[in-house]
Design a protein around this ligand. Structure first.
Ligand code: PLP
Ligand code: 3DJ
Length: 396
């Protein structure tokens, strides 16, 4: 047995999150794609069965009040809040990330006020954010400029209305400096909007602490909410009363069942709602979030294990994979690393197909990246060692 295999066994033995794996449905596959779709929590099927058969099947319409369906978007927002450093009452769950990017960005431009007509967007952004930003700009009379996150401080000026950034880059796994960039945006009088898809549930975010204005994120990656589970919108406390949603559906009305022709926005987080929530997905997410109430689970413990897993993977890759065959593009510095490792590789698409065939699931991101996501709640060090060994054999 190799030294790394022995080390993996020791690390697994000392891992205080090791028992959490039993809360998820897993098999022999080494699943390194939780940054695209998190694994199924074991309690979700039973909860959904009850929602469908009893709450929908028997209680029917009564469930909107008696089963707490109507208030689920805010209630589940309050479960996500501590994971991203937000006080209760700041987050509402619903719609897709794309839709929430639209609400947040148009809302941000409206908050910025007259005379500011430029939106800065992360030049390497996940595509949907860029597409939505272009449309939000056309609608608000702004122009869009693509800027690398590190160059944002120099790009800010008195024209900047809003700045849309990704906390962790989906392709490279680079963690951007949320506190520093948020402070720079604020100092320039502009409004910050952060996309937390690849950081929430994997590392501390500190939305309230760092003065973030608005944020969005999905729940199907590190929060394990399931395919297409609803996203969320965060609005800073001091902006809640002025937040002017571009999608003021009836669910965001101060008195939705008043059915009045005039619109009057609700106070607080519900102002970010639009239409009828997707209850089945939403309640699956609520069950998935229960894992965070275990006494052994915390964002700090998850972050510590995430860094240990990614460090160990990089070490195993270095030891097993022939020199020069892959090039890590995820930063080595912990302060700049999310919960994934991206390796540049010439024939990455074909390599990933072979890896998946060999029982190690990551994903390929064009043009040349092998992407491996590490979910500390259910991954072990022996699996990480095995993944690196199989990668080396696959690259052979
Ligand atoms: C950073 C980022 N933003 C947005 C999205 C897309 O969100 P949605 O499909 O929920 O609109 C993704 C992934 O799909 C993502 O990685
Ligand atoms: N949302 C996805 C989907 O509906 C199908 C396949 C993949 C996804 C993803 O989440 C992709 C992911 N955001 C990424 O970082 O590449």
């Amino acid at each position: 047995m190799s030294d790394l295999y022995e080390r993996a066994r020791e690390l697994d033995g000392a891992d205080r999150l090791a028992a959490v794996r039993d809360d998820f449905v897993l098999d022999d596959v080494v699943y390194l794609d939780g940054n695209s779709l998190g694994a199924l929590p074991v309690n979700v099927p039973g909860r959904l069965d009850d929602v469908v058969r009893r709450e929908w099947g028997q209680l029917r319409i009564r469930s909107w009040s008696e089963s707490g369906w109507w208030t689920a978007p805010e209630r589940i927002g309050d479960l996500i809040a501590p994971l991203v450093g937000a006080a209760p009452g700041r987050i509402v769950v619903g719609d897709s990330t794309s839709v929430n990017v639209f609400k947040a960005l148009v809302g941000a431009v409206r908050l910025a006020g007259d005379g500011r007509d430029e939106i800065l967007v992360d030049a390497a952004t996940f595509p949907t954010d860029g597409y939505i930003a272009a449309s939000a700009a056309r609608m608000t009379g702004c122009t869009v400029r693509a800027v690398a996150p590190g160059d944002v401080p120099e790009a800010l000026d008195s024209r900047t209305a809003a700045v849309l950034l990704n906390h962790v880059d989906y392709r490279t796994g680079r963690l951007h400096d949320l506190p520093g960039l948020t402070a720079a945006v604020r100092a320039a009088g502009a409004v910050s909007v952060w996309d937390l898809c690849h950081s929430a549930g994997a590392l501390p975010v500190g939305l309230d602490e760092h003065g973030v204005d608005l944020a969005v994120g999905c729940t199907y990656k590190f929060l394990n909410g399931g395919p297409g589970s609803p996203a969320y919108l965060y609005v800073r406390g001091k902006h809640q009363a002025a937040f002017d949603s571009p999608l003021p559906g009836w669910n965001s009305h101060a008195e939705p069942f008043g059915m009045r022709p005039e619109y009057e926005a609700a106070d607080g987080a519900p102002r970010g709602r639009v239409g009828t929530p997707d209850i089945l997905s939403m309640l699956a997410l609520e069950a998935a979030l229960e894992v965070w109430s275990r006494p052994d689970v915390s964002v700090a413990a998850v972050r510590a294990k995430s860094l240990a897993l990614t460090d160990f993977f990089l070490e195993c890759v270095e030891a097993y994979v022939p020199a020069g065959r892959v090039e890590p593009v995820t930063p080595a510095a912990h302060a700049e690393r999310g919960s994934q490792v991206a390796l540049r590789c010439e024939d990455a698409g074909a390599v990933m197909d072979r890896l998946i065939g060999a029982g190690v699931v990551g994903d390929f991101r064009a043009p040349d990246v092998l992407r491996f996501g590490f979910t500390p709640l259910y991954l072990g060090f022996a699996e990480v060692e095995r993944a690196a060994k199989v990668l080396a054999e696959t690259l052979g």
